[in-house]
Ligand binder design. Structure first.
Ligand code: FES
Length: 90
């Protein structure tokens, strides 16, 4: 049995509150908790880039990162922008 953690994430400019197991990646949260399926699950090990999101630090520095290898503690104080946040949900 895995512990669930309630978390608040800044995704596409909205504060999203959800609960997920500690070991889930950002990609799993985006797809299976928030319904944001624009970031794809390809290799699931950081090689293909199908899951790429933009992550902005508190100081405003933005980087593209692979969501499939990002764990929740790595996102503290950061904002995430997915393809839906760039192009809209359709
Ligand atoms: Fe391939 Fe994330 S799914 S890099």
């Amino acid at each position: 049995m895995f512990a669930m953690r309630v978390l608040t994430l800044d995704v596409n400019g909205d504060q999203q509150e959800t609960a997920a197991p500690d070991h889930w990646t950002l990609l799993e949260i985006l797809r299976y908790r928030l319904g944001l399926t624009g970031s794809k699950q390809g290799c699931d090990k950081g090689d293909c880039g199908a899951c790429t999101v933009m992550v902005t630090d508190a100081d405003g520095q933005a980087r593209s990162l692979n969501a499939c290898i990002l764990l929740l503690p790595q996102l503290h104080g950061k904002a995430v922008r997915t393809v839906e946040g760039v192009c809209g949900p359709d």
